[in-house]
Ligand binder design. Structure first.
Ligand SMILES: C[S@@+](CC[C@H](N)C(=O)[O-])C[C@H]1O[C@@H](n2cnc3c(N)ncnc32)[C@H](O)[C@@H]1O
Length: 337
């Protein structure tokens, strides 16, 4: 028979302090600063804008947990375990765990997992008073994290369907609605030398994308516009692309976004929905944890092609082309009725 965990194990599993302490250390770049010589609390407090007495408690707790060591003279250093909090570690977790990082921020909402269990809604709004995407796009602290999301590694979740299966030869201008920091649009423009593109996203993402287009020499073919897809979208596109957008929104909101695309596309334009389907197979190790995380961070990680078509129908769009469906993504073209 499997051994039952004792009470101490359960309390340790439910501990919130240590995860919060590690994430605070990652955000404050404690490991890097210790490595660069700020190895006593007073220096470190100055550099991190924290109170030395409280920072010392944090460091001592991390010593207790084996993340740091403290010498007899009071100076702190990073252990092998803590080394992954350094930015230059080959398997660095610093940016991933930082509270002003894209994943770190998403994780923090898990403290109100109960909200998701009760309502089915993602927990970020309940914890922070505004949605995840508004937070990372309106708070200047997240610009760096968006800058760091390098162009190519961002291309995931079957994004190649967009490049490989759709007939881009006939398209003059694509509007990438919610295009993040430009990875997909840049890849499309590299592959389609005659194509022009407009990216629309909230402030931080659009500004990062604009800088990226200029740096990549695409300034004459790509522009980034700050705007919300709940407001009227720029006119003049032949195709309005929604890649991995709808999963972040409820049915009602998804229909509103599709309607904005339909209005901007007009009768001659198309709306191309390249939606992700983040179904987690039950047999996948850790599937329950992964699925709970997804449900706590986005409202609809899984919609079937038929469900996407129904939402589009409600927004006045009829299907005019259907690409392949993979385990993670579908691609559907619609035309305003
Ligand atoms: C899951 S990401 C998808 C990014 C990209 N389209 C892709 O396929 O990789 C969702 C994007 O929607 C953007 N977004 C969220 N709310 C928005 C809004 N109201 N208006 C415009 N963009 C928004 C986010 O900033 C983010 O870039």
């Amino acid at each position: 028979m499997a051994q039952q965990p004792d009470r101490g194990d359960l309390l340790e599993m439910a501990d919130l302090l240590t995860p919060a302490a590690i994430r605070a250390a990652a955000t404050l770049r404690v490991a890097d600063r210790l490595g660069a010589g700020a190895d006593d609390v007073v220096k470190l407090a100055e550099l991190t804008g924290t109170r030395a007495d409280l920072l010392e408690l944090l460091l001592r707790h991390l010593v207790d947990k084996g993340v740091l060591t403290q010498d007899d003279d009071g100076t702190f250093a990073v252990t092998e375990l803590g080394a992954r909090l350094r930015e230059d570690h080959p398997a660095s977790l610093r940016a991933h765990l930082a509270q002003d990082g894209l994943y770190g921020r998403a994780d923090l909402a898990l403290v109100d997992l109960l909200h998701t269990l009760r309502t089915g809604e993602p927990a970020h709004g309940a914890v922070f008073g505004r949605g995840y995407w508004e937070t990372v796009n309106e708070d200047p602290a997240f610009v760096e994290a968006l800058e760091r999301s390098e162009a190519r590694p961002q291309l995931g979740w079957g994004a190649e369907l967009i490049f490989d299966t759709y007939d881009w030869q006939q398209v003059r201008r694509v509007v990438d609605v919610g295009g993040h920091s430009g990875a997909i649009l840049m890849e499309l423009l590299h592959r389609q030398p005659r194509l022009h593109g407009t990216l629309v996203d909230l402030k931080n993402a659009a500004e990062v994308a604009g800088r990226r287009f200029a740096a990549a020499g695409l300034g004459d073919r790509a522009e980034a516009v700050v705007g919300s897809f709940f407001d009227p979208l720029p006119a003049g596109g032949d195709v309005y692309l929604l890649s991995a957008i709808l999963a972040d929104w409820s049915d009602e909101q998804a229909v509103a976004i599709l309607r904005r695309c339909a209005e901007a596309a007009g009768p001659a334009g198309k709306v191309l929905v390249a939606e992700v389907n983040l179904r987690v197979a039950r047999e996948t190790p850790g599937s329950a944890a992964l699925e709970l995380w997804l449900r706590a961070t986005m409202p609809a990680p899984v919609r079937t092609v038929e469900q996407v078509k129904a939402l589009a129908g409600a927004a006045g769009l009829r299907p005019t082309w259907e690409g392949p469906v993979t385990s993670v993504r579908s691609i559907l073209e619609f035309t305003p009725c």
